[in-house]
Design a protein around this ligand. Structure first.
Ligand code: ZN
Length: 210
């Protein structure tokens, strides 16, 4: 990445820069056993807090149904954790269509009902700067494609987890983009990065990531 202004891009060119690799959980299985359509109006940013698993390993775990959660009222709704993308330095692996709900934010709250969930990898050897920039590009592409405003790109922290099983409703996630566990200067820096990529877009048709 140079220091000069970034080149303008068509939506297709920005998508190519994101390097999205589709590796969906098969429809009708594990975390997609129930079809739950969604009209996305937010993007929620997470960090894996996993020092060993890369994006492909998260994809495999999701497809195998290995990421289980207790299904219960006021908690997880399907018995599995799911989200839409896992980003690492060189790729953004897609697990769910953007038109389906995930299970990554706030149980039966708006974070799950209306947002596209993106996990950022932090395994050893992964370049975090490249991961964050790829995530910013992907968020910008999703904003453009689904008509989502910058103010609707939020950290997991944004969604209170209202549940008898949770003591701390606002999760420190993504921890490395928050300051003292809450959005501050670092989060604002990230949003500026998202907006920088969004402003590069030359209007034109965009391909939904269905
Ligand atoms: Zn999170």
């Amino acid at each position: 990445m140079g220091t000069g202004p970034l080149p303008k891009v068509t939506p297709a060119q920005l998508l190519a820069e994101c390097h999205v690799a589709k590796d969906l959980i098969p429809s009708g299985t594990v975390g997609r056993k129930y079809y739950r359509p969604m009209k996305p109006t937010y993007v929620t940013i997470h960090a894996t807090e996993n020092k060993t698993g890369n994006a492909w390993q998260h994809a495999l775990a999701l497809k195998r149904g290995a990421l289980r959660a207790t299904k219960r009222p006021g908690g997880n709704r399907i018995g599995f954790l799911t989200w839409h993308f896992t980003v690492q330095q060189d790729v953004a692996v897609q697990h769910l269509p953007c038109r389906e709900q995930g299970e990554h934010a706030d149980f039966d709250g708006p974070g799950n009902n209306y947002s596209i969930g993106i996990e950022m990898c932090e395994h050893y050897g992964n370049d975090l700067g490249q991961t964050i920039d790829r995530t910013a590009k992907l968020a910008a592409y999703l904003m453009y494609t689904y008509n989502i405003p910058l103010g609707h790109v939020v950290p997991h922290y944004h969604w209170p987890r209202i549940s008898p099983y949770i003591k701390q409703p606002h999760k420190d996630c993504p921890h490395f983009l928050l300051d003292n566990g809450r959005p501050g200067r670092t989060w604002q820096w990230f949003l500026n990065r998202v907006n920088t990529h969004y402003q590069r877009i030359i209007p034109g048709p965009a391909q939904p990531l269905g």
